[in-house]
Design a protein around this ligand. Structure first.
Ligand code: SF4
Length: 394
């Protein structure tokens, strides 16, 4: 069921001896992991092949940049292996391995340190969830939960299902892209999903397809089996330089996902994580690519939101003019921030929300203050081309 994992570039035929030597310092810092299936998707003739870029180390990863924990996830660890940031949702970090290692990974600290945030013993995390009836959603993450053997995963699902207030169990996984045979060859996994995804207690698979070429026949069949077992499949992808930063590619990805019944959920700004400099795109350029991609999508395939997973919450970029960028908290650690709407002076060099320093106006969508005439006049109404507080897009 498991692939044979490849963790040394010596075993990758498409990489020359010179290139292996050149990449050795990168490998010392950030591990490599893949498998034959995924490597077979690479066009070795094309040095800029997006699948190659996603999985094969590049020298630029050595550029000093970013932080190991750019979203300050450690602040929200409430029990061993458990994070609780948003009221309704808890994260259980159940695995410190993935089916491959994405070069742009935002949790590479789990793979380069001794993964103290992942806890194989779940009792403390489960007790915390049991004591917090507001937690209706639990995300199994890591690492990739589908690296666990099915018996272990089934045990976790069963223990979560003993907690009445947990309605949704999400499984965050890139396995349908990295190795769809993990799903295709394991009827017991599908049985477990069928058993624990019933009525108002659903299992959501939070997949991560980053490029349309990952949607192979095998991957699409794996998705169909998961759907047939009763899971709802969503997709989230970061916008990554050289992988999906062409609007036509992103549009094709979002479109094909919708064709196979996978809902595009989030498109993420690449987090400023150590080693991620070559993959990052400035916020405003990312948003422009995102909107250009959506322009050629059907309504169903354009459901994704473009967000930054910031330490304080999921901050959505909702619009841009030549001078201003508009943000809204889609989720927030502080419930008072949910829906908070912020207008900043543009900063084309910004890679993260913290790089926006010139706040022009703020308010709460749906609240009274944003639409209060005084506030609107003071801020939005003063902007070129804007009237009555309706933010322009692009
Ligand atoms: S699947 Fe997620 S956790 Fe695993 S390497 Fe990729 S980005 Fe990191």
């Amino acid at each position: 069921m498991d692939p044979t994992y490849i963790v040394s570039l010596d075993k990758v035929a498409g990489i020359s001896a010179q290139e292996r030597a050149r990449l050795a310092p990168v490998m010392d810092l950030f591990a490599f992991r893949s498998n034959d299936y995924y490597l077979s998707l690479i066009d070795w003739e094309d040095t800029k092949d997006p699948i190659r870029r996603l999985i094969i180390p590049t020298l630029e990863e050595l550029e000093p940049w970013g932080r190991l924990d750019p979203s300050s996830e450690h602040l929200y660890t409430r029990a061993p292996g458990l994070q609780h940031k948003y009221r309704e949702t808890a994260l259980l970090l159940v695995s410190d391995l993935c089916g491959g290692l994405c070069r742009y990974c935002f949790r590479k600290r789990l793979f380069i340190e001794d993964a103290r945030e992942v806890n194989k013993e779940l009792s403390g995390g489960l007790a915390y969830i049991r004591d917090h009836p507001e937690i209706t959603n639990v995300l199994l993450t890591g690492g990739d939960p589908l690296v666990l053997d099915t018996g272990r995963l089934r045990d976790i699902l069963a223990r979560l299902r003993e907690i009445e207030h947990v309605r949704i169990i999400r499984i965050g996984t890139k396995m349908p892209a990295y190795y769809p045979y993990r799903i295709l060859n394991d009827p017991a996994l599908l049985d477990a999903i069928r058993e624990y995804s019933l009525g108002e207690k659903s299992i959501y698979i939070m997949a991560q397809f980053n490029h349309p070429r990952e949607l192979t026949d095998a991957a699409c069949r794996a998705v169909a089996l998961l759907q047939d077992a009763g899971a709802v499949i969503m997709n989230q992808t970061p916008l990554i330089r050289g992988i999906n930063d062409d609007p036509a590619v992103l549009s094709r990805l979002l479109g094909r996902l919708s064709f196979i019944g996978v809902n595009p959920y989030y498109v993420f700004q690449c987090r400023p994580t150590t080693g991620n400099r070559p993959f990052a795109i400035p916020v405003e350029e990312s948003y422009r690519i995102f909107e250009q991609a959506r322009a050629t999508c059907s309504g169903l395939s354009k459901q994704a939101r473009f967000v930054m997973s910031h330490a304080t919450g999921k901050i959505e970029v909702v619009g841009m003019t030549d001078e201003y960028t508009f943000f809204k908290y889609n989720q927030a650690a502080d419930p008072d921030d949910i829906g908070r709407f912020m207008v900043y002076k543009s900063n084309p060099q910004a890679y993260w929300f913290d790089d926006y320093t010139d706040l022009v106006d703020e308010g709460r969508l749906g609240g009274s203050d944003l639409f209060d005439a005084g506030t609107a006049d003071a801020g939005i109404a003063g902007m070129p081309g804007e009237t009555g507080g309706s933010p322009g897009v692009l």
